[in-house]
Design a binder for this molecule. Structure first.
Ligand code: CUA
Length: 338
């Protein structure tokens, strides 16, 4: 299709106001529940966003100053006005070296101060969660509870929770942008960080260190809830998983325990005690399947069981030889585990 030059010009004309609003939107994370470090939900991320805004406004001030000086120089170079600087070297020394030095030292000081504050470990009585990075999912254990869960951390609101980090294979990085900066998981070492959320809600976390093809699908959710709910959650980890109630759920459990599933997955209170993949004792209540790969609903769960390689290629779970009759029963059983 041919267009006239004027039509072309109309189409590509920039919209400065729209562009500025879009940039501001991206900058501030747009919505109130955006998982952005600039939308902090706890003390750790508040420090990081404070430092970010300090750097931002200093950069704005330096940019404006440099632009003003450049404009001034361009205007007066034309010779309209003759300016004479009494001590040009002093101006260069102060504005070109002294001022940047003061700014950098100040920012460095704030950075060190925040680093020290973020590195302070929580009190000895703080709840402790152990998180282990795997090829592309997170194993989660709570101090004082025997059960294991995956890709979801529950913490009590307003309390500082210690998080101990290990990796089962390669480097990963534990990052909850709204709560805390990144902490790398290093093979052969135990690292430590803490989480504290000021308000109840869900905070998305993400692996922040490239760890293979499904690095982007290595997400988790931090659920901050009142202390009583947190205690109940940890308490449930000591109890057997919910028993099947319907015939379909019972047949699903049988298929799970006697089939290939149990070779890799555990469900508390059953004979399924595999350790390769995530423990599935509460899989029905989890926020996603495959560490953020797809939503946790019957359709996606069925697709995952039949052939998870089409959903998250490269993960350790091979396609499952499940019959058309068995699949709905397996789905019913797993979805009932809440
Ligand atoms: Cu684990 Cu990236």
């Amino acid at each position: 299709m041919q267009t006239t030059p004027s039509a072309n010009r109309r189409r590509v004309r920039p919209r400065p106001v729209g562009a500025a609003l879009l940039s501001l939107c991206l900058l501030t994370g747009c919505a109130g529940d955006s998982p952005s470090a600039l939308n902090p939900g706890g003390a750790g991320a508040t420090r990081i966003s404070g430092l970010w805004w300090l750097l931002f406004w200093i950069s704005v001030a330096v940019f404006v100053e440099v632009m003003a000086l450049m404009t001034w120089a361009l205007v007066f170079r034309r010779g309209a006005v003759r300016v004479r600087h009494s001590q040009p070297m002093r101006f260069v020394a102060v504005a070109g070296a002294g001022l940047p030095f003061v700014i950098l030292v100040t920012v460095y000081g704030f950075g060190l101060h925040d680093l020290a504050a973020l590195g302070k470990s929580p009190g000895r009585d703080a709840p402790t969660i152990e998180v282990i990075g795997h090829r592309w999912w997170w194993e989660v254990r709570y101090q004082g509870a025997s059960g294991v869960t995956a890709n979801e951390l529950h913490i009590p609101v307003g309390e500082r929770v210690r998080v101990r980090l290990r990796t089962d294979d390669v480097l990963h990085s534990f990052w909850v942008p709204q709560l805390m900066p990144k902490t790398d998981l290093i093979a052969g070492q135990e690292r430590q960080t803490w989480l504290q959320a000021e308000r109840a809600g869900s905070y998305r976390g993400q692996c922040a260190e490239y760890c293979g093809t499904q690095h982007a699908h290595m997400a988790f959710m931090v659920v901050a809830e009142p202390r009583a709910d947190f205690d109940a959650w940890v308490g449930r980890l000591d109890a057997p998983a919910r028993a099947p109630e319907t015939d379909a759920e019972r047949r699903g459990q049988q298929a799970f325990v006697q089939g290939t599933c149990a070779a890799c997955h555990s469900i508390r209170g059953t004979d399924a005690q595999g350790k390769v993949g995530p423990d599935l004792s509460d899989v029905g209540s989890r926020w996603s399947i495959g560490a953020g790969a797809v939503p946790n609903d019957p359709g996606h769960l069925g697709g995952w069981i039949a052939n998870s390689q089409t959903v998250k290629p490269g993960n350790y779970m091979p396609p499952q030889p499940v019959s058309a009759d068995q699949l709905p029963e397996l789905i019913a059983y797993l979805q009932s585990l809440k």
